[in-house]
Design a protein around this ligand. Structure first.
Ligand SMILES: [Zn+2]
Ligand SMILES: [Zn+2]
Length: 392
């Protein structure tokens, strides 16, 4: 028998899939993909294949899993063990996670709890519990509008790079809210799908801005000013040269307040003059970190990964992995909230404040509250609340 909270989550998900199965986005070339799902109260089930969309939907409704996935890869035999599947090609995918951005708000909304004693705290977990000295500490990562907005800015940078630098057509790009802490970008493009793991790794380096050398903007040790002036990037150049120029142009020189702006070339020359090669190289690293995109490199290079299925619910939030049509206007705490307003009584261990559909909830600490289903699932999915017996 399932735990009553897990049972409630499964019942709620089942009802949702039963009523809204049309929201599930069946992928192209489904017969070549591996499918998998993660049942509530069980372990991951992988290496599945579905012949028809109907068969896939029927399984979702029946199992109502906490996560449903399919491979980015296309295989000859998707149900065989990994080594025997026969990888043909695969979508190029990117994952941008608010949790990887180190936004200042993490210190306000993340929480940690000691696994040995009742001690808990705000922010990033300490190495050991200040109360009992135990090193086993659980971290609760949380998201808010600030860090999801920061993720959105990364998505804009990535889309700009894919279209501008790589020439990917807009119609081949799909942007999704991940259903919890960030965004997934998927490239379904004939030119990209054959890329092997190594080539995908090179794309990652380019996108993140790893290994950018001063020579890309024309700076070499002991180059003359005449040489530099002829090689330096100018305002509005495309690609990484332009990105670096844009960053350095607005860079405030130490001791020279208001030195941002102006002509990029002249500005870079004056920075180089002032700092010398080594310091300039460091500044370039800083520029590439700022102008690069904060993607999770492992997701893009893993050609066998199964990725959350669009139109399905995320078990830790109850929010949908949703296709984003207008990124500027997309609201991650409104648009993908699809569960009902019906009330559920839960006992909350603790919860930082959160907002769903414009309603503010929390903070909560060791209390029973009656919440709309969507908010109750948001907490129960994260293990922060239990259903109260007798609750509808
Ligand atoms: Zn402790
Ligand atoms: Zn935040």
């Amino acid at each position: 028998m399932l735990d009553p909270t897990v049972d409630a989550l499964k019942r709620i998900f089942k009802e949702h899939y039963f009523k809204h199965s049309d929201r599930v986005e069946v992928p192209i070339r489904m017969s070549e993909r591996e499918f998998g799902y993660w049942p509530f109260g069980g372990g991951m089930i992988r290496h599945l294949s579905f012949k028809t969309p109907g068969e896939l939907i029927a399984t979702l409704v029946k199992e109502a899993p906490k996560g449903a996935y399919y491979s980015c890869g296309y295989y000859h035999e998707p149900t065989l063990p990994m080594a025997e599947k026969g990888w043909k090609s695969g979508d190029l995918v990117f994952d941008i996670d608010a949790d990887d951005l180190d936004s200042p708000c993490k210190k306000e909304h993340d929480r940690w709890t000691c696994k040995k004693c009742p001690k808990m705290g705000i922010g990033i977990r300490p190495e050991k519990c200040p109360a009992c000295g135990n090193t086993r500490i659980a971290q609760l990562n949380w998201v808010c509008y600030k860090c999801l907005d920061a993720s959105k800015r990364e998505v804009f940078k990535l889309l700009d790079m894919l279209e501008g630098d790589f020439g990917v057509e807009e119609k081949c790009l799909r942007t999704y809210f991940s259903g919890n802490m960030g965004y997934h970008i998927s490239v379904e493009d004939k030119i990209m799908e054959d890329l092997n793991q190594e080539s995908r790794g090179e794309i990652v380096d380019y996108v993140v801005g790893i290994g950018l050398l001063p020579s890309i903007i024309g700076v070499a040790k002991q180059s003359s000013y005449e040489y530099l002036s002829s090689k330096l990037p100018s305002d509005g150049e495309e690609g990484w040269r332009g990105r670096i120029a844009g960053y350095l142009k607005d860079y405030e020189l130490k001791g020279l307040e208001g030195s941002g702006g102006g002509d990029a070339k002249a500005k870079i020359l004056s920075i180089y003059k002032k700092s010398g090669y080594e310091r300039f190289r460091k500044l370039l690293e800083q520029a590439s970190r700022a102008a690069g995109v904060a993607i999770d490199p492992n997701v893009t290079t893993d050609i066998h990964r199964i990725f959350r299925m669009p139109g399905t619910l995320h078990g830790e939030s109850g929010l949908e992995k949703m296709k984003v049509e207008n990124l500027e206007r997309f609201d991650p705490f409104v648009d993908p909230v699809l569960l009902k307003d019906e009330e559920v009584k839960v006992s909350v261990k603790f919860a930082p404040p959160f907002t769903l559909r414009g309603v503010k909830y929390g903070p909560y600490s060791k209390q029973e509250v009656v919440l709309p289903e969507a908010a109750a699932v948001y907490l129960m999915g994260k293990g922060l609340a239990q259903i109260v017996a007798g609750s509808p």
